[in-house]
Each structure stands twice: as structure tokens, then as C-alpha cells.
Write a new protein. Structure first.
Length: 266
């Protein structure tokens, strides 16, 4: 089974090179800037994380109470991914998936046994059918919220492609992948989420100096000059950058969309 799982990981467009990319990222300094590699507590957002925290606490409580029962394989892998998820957030989703089996068995043990009741069973069946029929309607309501995170709109990308397609662009990390997706690589990006698997360490170090909590004007001047940047695509809400580029360096805010701004060198 383990060999089969390993072979399954090779069924991807990159083949065995996926492990080469993983080795490039593991232990690299760029991990400190990628949220999915952060510990779980650094990704906790209240109140959004409350259901997940409650689920984890319930699972741990049942495991400590009924630890000796249930399939050992499912329980071990659940605990493994729980510890890995606390260490690095990217593994937490696997914990939620694999823990459903032991948690369901624990709930079955705790809930009172009810005698067979035909009326109740028919009511549950009807409720299940109604819920299944309602799923398409639920999907239609939430569909606009699916897809890429709302940090840059397609309109922002189209404006950039129409007016600054040949610019020497400095873009925010979160915008790189979306730009590549929408333009199919027509606009060369400065940075995207592939990090060390696609960009040299020197460029990554230069970029990360721009996203420190304290705004560093010297770092911005060096990067703009070193890479001959004439267009910046950045988060619209970054007022410090706007004051620096427009107010102190006489750049022009050529475009302000819903999420992003485009600054152009005079």
C-alpha cells in the first residue's frame, strides 16, 4: 500500500521533479514568509477559527476518553497529522479529513441507542433527499465566492495588460500567480508564490526586504534602481507605499482598482 501511495505521487505534470521542488523549499529562508508553512497558532483568526479549534478539542477529548478503541490506523494517522498541522498549518486539512472516521465511531459510542422507528427513519430519509436537492442551490449562491482570493480583480489585470504590457514590473507576491493565470505569461512577473523553486535567492532576499512590518524606503530605492523598475503593482491599502512613491519620488498612481494600485515612474 505504501509503495502504491508513493507511485501515485508521481502521477503529476512534473513527475519525480515534484520531490526536487520540495527539497528546494524545505529549510529555505522563504518558508518564513509563506503562511501555509507557519505554525497553526500563527494562522488562527477569530472568530473564523473557532469551529476548527472546537473540533480539535472534541477529537482530543474523545481520544483520551476512548483511546483504546477504534481502528488503530485511522487514529494514528489522525494524531500524526494533528501534530504536523500544529507545527505547519499546511497539514491541518489532512487531520480534518482522516479524523472523521475515529470521531464518528466515538460519537456513535456516546450517543444513546434508539430502537428502530420506521417513522423516524422515513423522516431522516426525506430530510436527506431535501438536503441533496438543495445542494445545487447552495452552490449557486456561494459560487461567486469561490476561486482566487479577492486580492486582485480581473479588471485590474486587464488594465495592466492593456496599458503596461511591456513595463518592467514589480508586483506583490500574492499577485504573481493570478497574473500568470490571467495573462498566460504575457506579462513577466517579478515574483510569485513558487518562491525558491523559480527564483534565485538574491532576488528573494531583495523582495522580502520590501514586505517587512517597518516600511524601508532605502530598500525600496535599491530594488527600484537595481531592477530598473518603472511600474509597481501593489496592494491598494498600502498607504505608506503611496506616500513614498507619489509624495516623495513623484511617481503617478495611474490606476486604483478595488484591491490593487498601479504606480508608474515619471
Amino acid at each position: 500500500m505504501g509503495i502504491g501511495c508513493f507511485i501515485a505521487t508521481l502521477i503529476n505534470p512534473l513527475g519525480w521533479h515534484i520531490y526536487q521542488g520540495l527539497a528546494t523549499v524545505l529549510g529555505h529562508f522563504s518558508q518564513a514568509y509563506i503562511t501555509e508553512w507557519w505554525p497553526y497558532y500563527r494562522n488562527v483568526a477569530i472568530p473564523g477559527s473557532i469551529p476548527g479549534i472546537i473540533y480539535i478539542l472534541v477529537f482530543v477529548a474523545f481520544e483520551l476518553r476512548f483511546g483504546g478503541s477504534g481502528p488503530i490506523e485511522a487514529r494514528l494517522i489522525s494524531w500524526l497529522f494533528l501534530f504536523l498541522g500544529l507545527y505547519q498549518f499546511r497539514y491541518m486539512s489532512f487531520f480534518f479529513m482522516f479524523s472523521t472516521i475515529p470521531l464518528a465511531l466515538h460519537l456513535d459510542r456516546v450517543l444513546p441507542k434508539q430502537p428502530s422507528n420506521l417513522k423516524i427513519e422515513r423522516s431522516l430519509l426525506a430530510a436527506g433527499i431535501i438536503a441533496a436537492c438543495a445542494l445545487p442551490l447552495v452552490y449557486m449562491r456561494i459560487d461567486p465566492g469561490l476561486g482566487f482570493p479577492q486580492n486582485i480583480s480581473e479588471q485590474d489585470v486587464r488594465y495592466l495588460q492593456t496599458h503596461f504590457s511591456h513595463a518592467r514590473l514589480l508586483n506583490h507576491w500574492n499577485y504573481g500567480g493570478v497574473l500568470i493565470f490571467h495573462t498566460r505569461g504575457a506579462i513577466p512577473v517579478f515574483m510569485d508564490g513558487r518562491a525558491s523553486t523559480a527564483y534565485p535567492d538574491a532576488l528573494l532576499r531583495d523582495y522580502f526586504k520590501l514586505v517587512q512590518p517597518e516600511f524601508d524606503e532605502t530598500a525600496w530605492d535599491k530594488v527600484l534602481e537595481k531592477y530598473q523598475i518603472d511600474t509597481v503593482l501593489w496592494v491598494k491599502a498600502h498607504d505608506e507605499l503611496r506616500r513614498f512613491l507619489v509624495g516623495k519620488r513623484c511617481w503617478k498612481e495611474a490606476y486604483a482598482g478595488s484591491y490593487a494600485s498601479i504606480y508608474v515612474k515619471p
